[in-house]
Design a protein around this ligand. Structure first.
Ligand code: SF4
Length: 316
């Protein structure tokens, strides 16, 4: 069997930064360390941190007063920050800067009097956070059918923004519907769907048609991982999302000559390597990698963490 490894795949700059944030904070403040929401949407990453004493919470009320709380890569609404401040908590914000960019756009357009159409999945942590920046100005749009139901007039000042991890194809269908209904709608200054999402989707869209099966390594609650399976299925190639090699059902491989293996932006590379090793062991054959764009994006740790780190270092 031919195994094709997608490039790029796996961790993006935002996930690397968020994970490093928690690792550094464990060194500085120790455990228990409170993190609001899963730091990134990956079961293995979350379980490893739980073993090290991280307590993941879904409400700030679960964080004891005056403790430190880390915000996840997906970002939080101002209300969450307010609640944390009221409890006297120190806040370390591991929000990906590309998510923060969308927050800033929402704040700016709301101040300018725009009504914002936020294209994304209602209930996803990122969308909840962005919505919270300007709840009176934002309408969440999940589908072209939602666009049909919008009651804005042609005189309303409208702008659309998008969740960073959408499928570009799906987002374009919705954006086209918005533009058709409201031709004067304003577009964001640059794409909100991030570079990592775009690059990983591009490989699957390009390679899946010549493969019999696509395996995506990632967790079920990882938006960008789920999108990779959908893109493959949209071009007619079966795709499965697996957290690890134990989730693979080997009946999937009957009659399969070529498999593409990729990973969502929050899936650790060692899980990919374990799966590839397992496939080679069972089915033999060659492993080859796709040529892909080089990703050299890097995000600095949050300033609040760097300050904390420097003061700790000075004290030693
Ligand atoms: S997928 Fe994109 S937006 Fe999300 S953390 Fe990674 S770089 Fe940031």
């Amino acid at each position: 069997m031919k195994i094709i490894l997608a490039n790029p795949r796996g961790f993006c700059a935002g996930v690397n930064m968020a994970i490093e944030c928690v690792e550094q904070m464990l060194k500085i403040v120790g455990s228990p360390l409170y993190v609001y929401h899963e730091i990134v949407h990956n079961r293995y990453v979350v379980e490893r941190f739980v073993e090290q004493g991280v307590v993941f919470v879904d409400s700030i009320d679960e964080v004891p007063a005056k403790q430190t709380v880390v915000f996840s890569a997906h970002g939080v609404s101002p209300e969450v920050r307010r609640n944390a401040k009221e409890r006297g908590c120190a806040m370390i914000d591991a929000t990906c800067p590309l998510v923060t960019k969308v927050h800033m756009e929402a704040i700016r357009y709301a101040k300018q009097g725009y009504k914002i159409l936020l294209v994304g999945h209602a209930g996803h942590d990122e969308v909840v956070g962005t919505f919270g920046e300007a709840p009176d100005a934002i309408t969440i749009v999940e589908s072209a059918e939602d666009v049909e139901k919008l009651a804005f007039t042609q005189d309303d000042r409208l702008v659309y923004l998008t969740q960073t991890t959408l499928s570009m194809d799906d987002a374009n269908v919705i954006i086209d519907a918005i533009k058709k209904k409201y031709p004067r709608v304003k577009a964001p200054p640059s794409d909100d769907i991030c570079y990592a999402t775009t690059n990983r989707q591009h490989v699957v869209r390009h390679m899946a048609p010549s493969c019999d099966l696509v395996l995506v390594v990632g967790s079920k609650n990882s938006s960008n991982s789920v999108r990779l399976t959908e893109i493959s299925e949209n071009v007619g190639t079966r795709a499965y999302l697996v957290d690890d090699k134990t989730e693979i059902d080997h009946t999937w491989f009957e009659g399969v000559g070529t498999v593409l293996v990729t990973a969502g932006a929050s899936a650790p590379e060692y899980l990919v390597q374990e799966i590839v090793g397992d496939l080679v062991g069972r089915y033999g054959g060659k492993v080859q990698s796709t040529d892909g764009v080089e990703e050299d994006m890097h995000f600095e740790l949050p300033l609040s963490l760097r300050v904390l780190h420097n003061s700790e270092t000075a004290r030693v």
